[in-house]
Write a protein that binds this ligand. Structure first.
Ligand code: ADP
Ligand code: MG
Length: 597
């Protein structure tokens, strides 16, 4: 007797369902994607008991003919591809023709559907793959699918479902991933008769705001900057969070051709672009949309998988990183802090007055560059704002930091004033802190440049007209030694003659400035301070750049700017002195103040 036989369809469908429909969220995803593929502009989702009892999707899409309605529930029935080669030019979400067959194998499904050209619609009821009712009905144009009692005939699956709370979170997460790429489609999401989301047709940014914003708080999306890059290979656009708004909990979304994807390698590209701007356990939030020729990606993978393979991932990595870097560079490394109101302005050079400012006495034993390693140490977790200062012990002039308390929580708003356009005053529980605004900013920027020098390639901005840097013979030698490091952070320089270099590009953060004075200053510092190892050169370069870009003394700052400086300063591993040993912060204790009265 032959022992091999074909499985009845109902059994085959149940097996397929095990792969495609693992939980209510996957069922909802398939239904909503079908509605989108049918061209719906309005989709309602109605859920009961996190999808266990009911998952209903109502759309105003194309609807189906009577014949198609019946066929739709057959395995490998699809209107979306006809030949194998169509797989490579996919623009629809579904294509396997498996979802409805799988769903009806493990639930009780009722559907009404009507096309615009038909007078009447079709009602179809299927229980566990068996058609129990099919009749003509009157219904609106579009499709209304009700999936009840999911896994009613697969007790094992039912048992594996998590709590309603978890399943609802899964439902919403999958729903967000779709709603974020179809902002022009209106969606509502109702759970147990409560409207959780009601979104009209919107822009991408408004959609992000509707989903993640909290109307009671500041606008969510104002913490983001836009990225946009168009190349022959790929177009990338979207939003990335400003470094100062980063929090622990991140929303990280990649989409390709209208589909959510996970992509650890591209995530790395984004993280790299933030190098030096984030403390260790903070993650950047982003919403990044890729548009690419469908032939350059492989989506013919398992429907529940969100990984997507690209043909040229390394090139895209670089394009992506540069794009994010550029967007961040405009903001985070520039001295302006209040981006929204003032945009991108010129980075000022230090004023003459400032260059001549009397130097504070430097502790002769203090070698700033021996503390270098502290810059790459993991950051301690933030503590409460006030407790920051419990670690600061003052015996008159010297302040010792407590290494465990140097991060300021994002949420706390420091109470700040400015004095003499030069110092930020910060009252604490038992003292008044005076912070030198320029030096604080130098320390902040220094760290960013150092990280960039050590870990990443800087983003270069090509100059419209190359400039010439003329140097003396000894300067030429020195410049030749640091040239590679300068290239690493984004300078495009080439020796032109025995006594000159041409400058064709500068780091994007310095694009607003004339490059010669910056390079001259770097050279002067390297020469003056006698750096002779590569690490020391780097530190000198970072310091020069930081000094060039930092807000000068004499500038009036807004409260937000001061708060930002204070927050970022206290996130540094060493915030008491600049890398070259100048005092950033001093402290007047309560006792000292009292004694004066
Ligand atoms: P796939 O989406 O992979 O083609 P499905 O099993 O999800 O497979 O759907 C089968 C077919 O049913 C689709 O190709 C489509 O023609 C039709 N269909 C499903 N849902 C809808 C809908 N909401 N509106 C119109 N047609 C639909
Ligand atoms: Mg489908």
């Amino acid at each position: 007797m032959d022992i091999i036989h074909l499985l009845p369809d109902s059994v085959a469908n149940q097996i397929a369902a095990g792969e495609v429909i693992q939980r209510p969220a996957s069922c909802l995803k398939e239904l909503v994607e079908n509605s989108l593929d049918a061209g719906a502009s309005r989709i309602q989702v109605i859920v009961r008991d996190a999808g266990r009892t009911l998952l209903q999707v109502i759309d105003n899409g194309s609807g189906m003919s009577e014949m198609d309605a019946r066929l739709a529930f057959e395995r490998h029935a699809t209107s979306k591809i006809q030949e194998a080669k169509d797989l490579y030019s996919l623009r629809t979400m579904g294509f396997r023709g498996e979802a409805l067959a799988s769903i009806c194998a493990v639930a009780q499904v009722e559907m009404t559907t009507r096309r615009a050209e038909d007078e009447t619609g079709t009602l179809l009821e299927i229980h566990g793959s068996d058609v129990v009712r099919q009749e003509v009905c009157s219904c609106p144009v579009g499709t209304n699918i009700k999936v009840s009692n999911l896994f009613f005939n697969v007790p094992v699956r039912r048992k594996f479902l998590k709590t309603d709370q978890t399943e609802l979170r899964n439902l919403l997460n999958d729903f967000y991933r779709i709603a974020l790429v179809y902002p022009k489609v209106a969606f509502t999401f109702v759970h147990n008769d409560e409207i959780l989301l009601d979104m009209p047709a919107q822009s991408e940014k408004q959609r992000i705001e509707t989903i993640f914003g909290n109307p009671a708080r500041n606008s969510y999306t104002s913490a983001f900057v836009e990225i946009k890059t168009e190349t022959e290979l790929v177009n990338i656009h979207g939003f990335v969070i400003k470094p100062e708004s980063v929090t622990r909990k991140a929303e990280q979304y990649f989409f390709v051709n209208g589909r959510y994807m996970r992509h650890p390698y591209f995530l790395k590209a984004v993280q790299t672009a933030y190098a030096g701007m984030l403390t260790n356990d903070y993650q950047p939030s982003f919403f990044i949309y890729f548009d690419i020729d469908p032939e350059a990606i492989d989506v013919n993978i398992h429907p529940t998988k969100t990984e997507i393979k690209f043909a040229d991932e390394q090139t895209i990595f670089q394009i992506l990183m540069a794009s994010v870097r550029e967007a961040l560079g405009k903001f985070s490394l520039a001295p302006q802090i209040d981006f929204d109101t003032r945009g991108n302005i010129d980075i000022p050079l230090p004023t003459e007055h400032e260059a001549k400012m009397p130097q504070v006495t430097v502790d002769p034993n203090y070698n700033p560059f021996h503390t270098r390693n502290t810059y790459s140490q993991p950051q301690p977790a933030p503590r409460q704002w006030e407790s920051l200062y419990t670690g600061l012990k003052a015996d008159t002039n010297v302040i010792y930091p407590d290494a465990t308390t140097n991060v300021l929580p994002e949420t706390e708003t420091p109470n700040v004033w400015q004095y003499a356009n030069r110092y930020i005053l910060l009252p604490t529980e038992d003292a008044l802190l005076l912070i030198h605004q320029h030096r604080a900013h130098v320390a902040i920027l220094y760290r960013q440049w150092i990280e960039q020098l050590q870990h990443t390639q800087g983003v270069m901005q090509q100059l419209l007209f190359p400039e010439v840097l003329s140097l003396q013979a000894d300067e030429m030698v020195l410049f030749g030694q640091i040239a590679d490091d300068l290239r690493a952070i984004g300078f495009d320089i080439e020796q032109l003659s025995p006594n000159s270099y041409s400058i064709q590009g500068v780091p994007s953060q310095l694009a607003q400035q004339s490059p010669q004075p910056i390079l001259q200053q770097i050279l002067a510092q390297v020469r003056e301070r006698g750096a002779n190892t590569r690490d020391e050169w780097r530190e000198q370069i970072a310091l020069s750049l930081a000094e060039t870009a930092a807000i000068p003394t004499g500038r009036c700052l807004t409260t937000e700017e001061m708060q930002d400086i204070v927050r970022r300063l206290f996130r540094l591993p060493s915030y008491l002195r600049t890398p070259d040993g100048k005092t950033i912060l001093t402290r007047l204790t309560d006792d000292e103040i009292r004694q004066r009265f």
